[in-house]
Design a protein around this ligand. Sequence first.
Ligand code: F1P
Length: 308
Amino acid sequence: MAYVDTEIASQPDCWRRAARLAAESAPALPRHGERVAVVGCGTSWFMAMAYAALRERAGHGETDAFQASEFPAGRRYDRVVAITRSGTTTEVLDLLGALRGQPTTLIVGDPASPAVALATDPVAMPFADERSVVQTRFATSALALLRAGIGEDLSAVAADAEVAVRAPLPVVPDRIEQATFLGRGWTVGLAHEAALKCREAATFWAEAYPAMDYRHGPISIAAPRRLVWAFGEIPEGLADDVAATGAAFVHNRSSCVYATLDRWAAGRKPLDPMADLILAQRFAVALATTRGLDPDAPRHLTRSVVLA
Ligand code: F1P
């Protein structure tokens, strides 16, 4: 069994711990009304995107997300939140160094990492750190912590995660040759993360777009034996448009492939999109297995990118 399997399965407990940690570390998290930027690289950037959309939608204040290297130098925020599992990613360390003297929250997996000393308000989540290079539980636990920090009750979300770690997958990996993930609002970040999991764990061709943009070109890729998987709300008519291409369509709220899952969810549906992401993580690992790959050890990738 790969490390990533165990790490994926532990997400329900990790999310509950993250929610408790949010209460304990409230002074370190963004305050109501603050103008906030959230940064990270790779998976951590995608979690930043999801949190930024959720926080702003919840009315807690303007919130932007940036890949750490693309932070607009000179722009002032009340607080910058950096997400990094390793605490060693060069672009994140460089940015925290450049922001010295300003309020910075760090959500980090390794409390002994160099990022900790660079932030004014570090929040460590060693319980969610991982052995696999491919991130799963740290990313979702960081998002769980941040969601709890804007007042969301994570208990139902963690219960959805219990379903998602055990339920049958909504699609059989070996019949699929390409996947496109879609989202709207905060689930755009989840869609990017799902696609990254397929690329990292399984060297599999996967793309991600805001759902409304899908018909502006990316739909040309859709075909039989290809997959479109949407998180959260979807635009009206999208399911029909995908069906007309012959591609498989997976969606928590409208797809017949979720019929089995609904039984597992004991009538509680739809699953929270973060639990839906667990299914996509498991899909990526299943793809890797189908292709004879070790999902813990992605090609050309290390635990973090440390630049010379
Ligand atoms: C960021 C990251 C990961 C990616 C790979 C390289 O790491 O880009 O998302 O999967 O492991 O590093 P971190 O800053 O969150 O440690």
